[in-house]
Design a protein around this ligand. Structure first.
Ligand SMILES: C[S@@+](CC[C@H](N)C(=O)[O-])C[C@H]1O[C@@H](n2cnc3c(N)ncnc32)[C@H](O)[C@@H]1O
Length: 165
């Protein structure tokens, strides 16, 4: 499969998974926090703010390199390494985040694997009961229950879990 095909498949999977969750939580009325891990160009952030217009969306990245049209409000853009910024966000989350979208993989196994281990350990304490986690990387947390992917999305292309204490 060419890198172009692989890229397109990933984008299609991201959109399908995020749309699926918006249906689960009644996206337009959601007012609980959403976490976007990895702003990048800002494409998925832009999609999240369309799906969840009333939700506070906390956006994490090392730097703001997004298209200016996808720039989060200053107080919602959490700049720095997630190893520092994620634990520090807990006091701003109230009863916890309802959705985490993690798109933070770099394609380099040596850096992505330890980052995934960190997220497995850190994210549970940031979640509301019943929260959804949508991610580009496989993760294993005993309280996260994998959900089937939307129709037409191949297994392993993206991941969805529901958190139950
Ligand atoms: C694949 S891109 C995100 C793409 C984005 N979802 C979009 O739609 O444009 C991954 C992003 O994660 C960020 N990232 C990777 N590791 C990080 C870390 N440890 N702390 C903060 N940001 C990190 C990178 O800077 C990069 O912008």
């Amino acid at each position: 499969m060419s890198r172009l095909d692989s890229f397109i498949n990933r984008m299609v999977a991201q959109r399908a998974c995020l749309n699926f969750i918006a249906g689960q939580v009644n996206g337009p009325t959601l007012t609980e926090p959403v976490l976007e891990l990895g702003l990048g160009n800002g494409r998925t952030y832009d999609h999240l703010r369309e799906l969840f217009p009333a939700a506070p969306i906390f956006v994490f990245d090392r730097a703001m390199r997004a298209n200016p049209k996808s720039a989060p409000p200053e107080d919602m853009m959490i700049l720095g390494d997630v190893h520092d910024t994620l634990p520090a966000i807990r006091p701003r989350l109230g009863a916890g985040a309802r959705l985490v979208h993690s798109d933070i993989g770099s394609g380099v196994a040596e850096t992505t694997a330890p980052l995934v281990r960190f997220l497995e350990l850190t994210l549970p304490s940031l979640l509301a009961d019943g929260a959804y986690i949508v991610a580009d990387q496989p993760m294993q947390v005993p309280t996260w229950h994998p959900l089937p992917l939307p129709e037409d999305i191949a297994d392993g292309r993206y991941y969805i879990w529901r958190y139950e204490r």
